[in-house]
Write a new protein. Sequence first.
Length: 390
Amino acid sequence: MENPFIFGSELEPGQLVDREEEVGQVVRAMTGRQKLFLIGPRRFGKTSILNVAQQEAHAKGAVVLRHDAEAYPTFEALVNAIIASAARELTTAIKRTSEQVVKFFGTLRPQVTFDATSHTWSASLGVGDRRAEKSAALLVDALEGIAKMAADIDRPVALVIDEFQHLIEVGGETVERQLRATIQRHSRVSYIFAGSKTALLDDMTLNPARPFYRLGTRLFLGPIPRKDFGDAIRKGFARARFTIDADALEHLFELAEDVPYNVQALANMSWEVVRAQDAQGRLTVGGLAHALDRLVSQDSPFYSKLWNLCTQPQQRALTAVAVARGKGLYAQEVLHRFRQSPSLMTKSLNALASRDIIRREESVAEVRWRLEDPFFSAWLAKVGALPTGA
């Protein structure tokens, strides 16, 4: 029987667990000419929500252009992709479409071509254009083209940019300021900006001094409730006539720290362990430990690379996060145990966060640092990097 637990790829309608409300809000934004910020840590399922919402919005007649900012090496490459997707989504004849795209994006002088063999569109900026270094101007011109397209067709138009914060990290304040000035004038285009740098995006959208302050609605993506996720996992096991012990299921969530990607990954490996090794078809806490060990061993080259690229102070700060579960890192006992001063701890934590190894979470009661991949701590324990007794 096929393993029911999918991870590492975009989920399709019917595969998401307990995300109906989030998908519905994104669909309403896509079809209602709204501006929405979808914010949540990595591995929480933002991309899958965008994928499902795009399909539902398309079924309602919307044109949705979706791009991942981190997938393009330059702003110019992103602009080319936006133009090509605009050409693809227009419904008129090929020749007419090419003419329309040139009209919409005239200031960029794009060269738009259609490959009849693969039935794909491509675009590149005019040979005479020498403004590639002016990233903000290129992107603003692309958004202006999208706005013209939206005014020219009788359908909702939405532009979705995943990992949106990457544009600001690369382009700086100039990009942030010019994008705000442009987007706020576009009343016929929906803008959906998704991102995983929660601290950065919180500051961008909640700080009155920042250009994107209250530009649109904020939708923060949290963990899936354990009851709903647990029911889905039990059903996945039951389809193969397997069972999962209640304590094993609870421990699975604890090991994965409720991160949806990691829950799915550990459930996937646990299902394989049960199928291969348990004649009774039952997942116990022991079987779960075996599954985690296999999963961590499988990803050991990746974890080794992360670890070896850290300086010694960063390695000590990383082990402190794992041992203390990210809490009380400035307590004198913790600083002494991991040979850190307050300033060195701050510097190390910020360096690890900048490389997406850890993330900072704030609440009214406390500040907590979390590993982006909660299984990293299991690898640290496996290779003996954690202090004895941790």
